[in-house]
Write a protein that binds this ligand. Structure first.
Ligand code: AHM
Ligand code: MG
Length: 335
């Protein structure tokens, strides 16, 4: 049997970094004596779907699945082949996993009933965000929000299950398909990030208890539309430039958010002439990222309100979205 030579050695052997995501989820579950394992299973279903999508994305250029379909989604935007593939893969994994009674996806107007009325959770997803980046090999992401249903368990789901303020999320996260694939999630007890090792088919804990720097040097916004930004946003941007901050904008929300989460910075998508209420969707994009931001000591607002406190009125509702380092958001509020 291997015997470590010193205590220091033993410590490095038992370091939590490198824990597989399955073990991590189980350890977290064991901290709650009344946990039934349903949420853990649901998280594992998301993990499975993300591995499949990661594989599809990595070989997209070879398998002829780049480019557009002839269809439009509920937002009137052209769907890409990979949008559709990611949507189908996710829904299949979630339906087979049997832990949700209903699914809301960016790609579909209506809510999908899974036929599992005994399930106590619902999930809202953007299966593939920023998908226009796929054709040029730039990062894309998946975003998810899990809620306990407000409708009675055992009966059919209700629309209201998805119209809960983000503060009610039981868990939320994203997957970034970037230079490596990473899954970042929270169940309301801090934020942890896992890096995918494709040759082993496993995610390993790589970013434990992520804390967003209070300040940051980056601001991420599509400035092309600056003439139609609200006046105070234009003034804020001027102040960023004065402070010699750097612009970084991938045009892939998860990528931009992730960089600011780790390095410090602010993401902004205000109302514009084209998108009067902002472009991003409250229920399956902003709420998840807002919970992660807050759990990591950052902030997320729509200008005047905390994103997590907004009462959604519609499943595909858009909101202005500002998220990032605490001090930068507070600066923005001052404008
Ligand atoms: P999508 O959900 O249709 O992919 O759109 C959301 C994406 C975000 O990832 C990104 O931050 C934003 O749209 C970019 O929009 P724009 O091209 O207006 O800058
Ligand atoms: Mg999206």
């Amino acid at each position: 049997m291997y015997e470590p030579k010193s205590k220091a050695n033993l410590k490095s052997l038992t370091h939590p970094l490198g824990t597989t995501i399955d073990r991590f989820i189980l350890q977290r579950q064991n901290e709650f004596p009344h946990a039934t394992g349903e949420l853990s299973q649901l998280l594992r279903d998301i993990v499975l779907a993300s591995k499949i999508i990661s594989r599809e994305i990595n070989r997209a250029g070879l398998s002829g699945i780049e480019g557009l379909t002839d269809e439009e989604n509920v937002q009137g935007e052209k769907q890409r082949m990979l949008d559709v593939i990611a949507d189908v893969r996710f829904i299949r994994a979630l339906v087979n996993g049997q832990q949700v009674c209903a699914i809301l996806s960016e790609e579909r107007e209506g809510i999908i009933e899974t036929g599992r009325n005994e399930a106590k959770y619902v999930i809202a997803i953007d299966p593939l965000d920023g998908s226009s980046n796929i054709d040029v090999n730039v990062s894309v992401g998946t975003i998810f929000s899990i809620y306990k249903r407000v409708s009675e368990v055992g009966g059919p789901f209700s629309d209201k299950d998805f119209l809960q303020p983000g503060i009610n999320q039981v868990a939320a996260g994203y997957i970034l398909y970037g230079s490596s694939t990473m899954l970042v999630y929270t169940t309301g007890y801090g934020v942890n990030g896992f890096t995918y090792e494709p040759s082993l088919g496993e995610y390993f804990l790589s970013h434990q208890n992520i804390i967003q720097p209070e300040w940051g040097d980056y601001y991420s916004i599509n400035e092309k539309q600056k003439d139609s930004f609200p006046k105070n946003i234009r003034a804020f941007l001027k102040s960023c430039k004065k402070k010699d901050m750097n612009t970084r904008y991938v045009g892939s929300l998860v990528g931009d958010f992730h960089r600011n989460l780790l390095k410090g910075g602010i993401y902004l998508y205000p109302s514009t002439q084209k998108y009067e209420s902002g472009k991003l969707r409250l229920v399956y994009e902003c709420n998840a990222l807002a919970l992660i931001a807050e759990q990591a000591n950052g902030m997320a607002i729509n200008g005047s309100e905390r994103i997590l406190e907004i009462q959604p009125e519609w499943h595909h509702q858009r909101v202005p979205f500002y998220a990032g380092s605490k001090q930068l958001i507070m600066n923005l509020q001052a404008f």
